[in-house]
Design a protein around this ligand. Structure first.
Ligand SMILES: *Cc1c(COP(=O)(O)O)cnc(C)c1O
Length: 329
């Protein structure tokens, strides 16, 4: 069966680089949403715990509950509490949510500094703080999210400026604004926490205008051979006969297709890191390569295959199905 390997050395190397920027492991909140970006929630969580990570970020209450024995601090980005748990903090994404939380719930207030996706607006901020006090919620932090930190534009600067205005309005809470790209744009980081996803997984895509960061991809994907055959010149392969051999060749079929998360748009348009060419259309549980190896490396850097799929590494990774075996190496 197709399987994933997770390179612990690379993961720790990436965390070292991140901890070096934040100057403390305790300031790293590792983002584990969406099955830890397709890497496997518990596999990544156990390595993170071993490294000494104490803070994590997830999307849902269910994800948080799977991790509550492993970490001291869990931030839930978009869900509400179903039981009381002191380690879990919930995000206020909309001013109208404030009254939906029970008194004494630990919350963090998201502020919309320009992305216009979630969070209270600058104009709503003071009212939101009043409502949180009235409702007796435990406000621990105020945070924001950047819309364009990975590209060299002025937006990163003006979002920071708006966030510093917010910071000056309130005392006694923590502040955080950085995702991966934003952290690496700071020359001297001084906030209370970072929310790091893609950089920890080694697939940060960063404008060439910035200093290169030596991160190493953690995830590789392998598939096993189901069969090989010789394909004569002018014979076609796979659904829709979309590939025709230009010479006699040996082709093999491997057990990874779009059902496992191989983006079908890569059909006829992908060569793996060993130079083996994908031939014809990707089917549900099969893909054919110009190769005879028993086990084929599909990719070891999601950013590379993302180019063939005209997408980003985040989508390549989160497309990988939960039922693929994951081994830590
Ligand atoms: C997903 C997410 C992150 C992590 O972003 P990366 O680019 O993967 O580091 C940080 N903050 C919020 C609010 C997110 O939704």
């Amino acid at each position: 069966m197709a399987y994933i390997t997770l390179n612990k050395k690379h993961f720790f190397h990436n965390l070292d680089i991140i901890a070096n920027k934040t100057k403390s492991k305790d300031k790293i909140a590792l983002v584990l949403k969406d099955n830890a970006y397709g890497h496997g929630l518990l596999e990544i969580a156990s390595m993170a715990q071993e490294y000494g990570i104490t803070r994590v970020v997830v999307k849902s209450y269910e994800e948080a509950m799977k991790l509550e024995k492993m970490f001291e601090y869990i931030l839930v980005l978009a869900d509400s509490p179903k039981t009381k748990n002191d380690k879990i903090r919930y995000t206020i994404n909309d001013i109208n949510d404030i009254n939906k939380f029970q008194t004494a719930t630990k919350v963090e207030l998201k502020v919309d500094t320009g992305m216009h996706r979630n969070g209270v607006s600058i104009e709503e901020f003071d009212t939101a703080i009043e409502m949180i006090k009235e409702k007796k919620l435990l406000l621990e932090a105020v945070f924001t999210h950047h819309r364009n930190a990975d590209e060299l534009t002025s937006e990163w600067f003006w979002q920071n400026k708006i966030f510093s205005q917010i910071k000056s309005k309130i005392n006694g809470v923590k502040f955080h604004s950085c995702n991966s790209a934003s952290l690496f744009r700071h020359s001297s980081f001084d906030e209370d926490m970072v929310r790091i996803g893609i950089a920890a997984y080694g697939c940060l895509e960063f404008s060439s205008a910035f200093d290169k960061v030596d991160l190493k991809p953690v995830l590789s994907l392998y598939a096993k051979k189901i069969s090989s055959r010789s394909l004569k010149k002018d014979k076609a392969l796979g659904y829709g006969a979309s590939y025709t051999a230009d010479t006699d060749c040996i082709v093999s079929n491997y057990d990874f297709g779009y059902g496992g998360g191989f983006l079908r748009i890569c059909s006829n348009n992908y060569t793996n890191p060993n130079g083996e060419k994908l031939l014809g259309r990707i089917s549900m549980d099969n893909s054919s390569f110009l190769s005879e190896v028993e086990e084929i490396l599909i990719f070891d850097d999601a950013r590379e295959i993302a180019k063939s799929a005209q997408t980003i590494s985040y989508e390549v990774l989160t497309s990988l199905k939960c039922n693929l075996a994951r081994k830590i190496v």
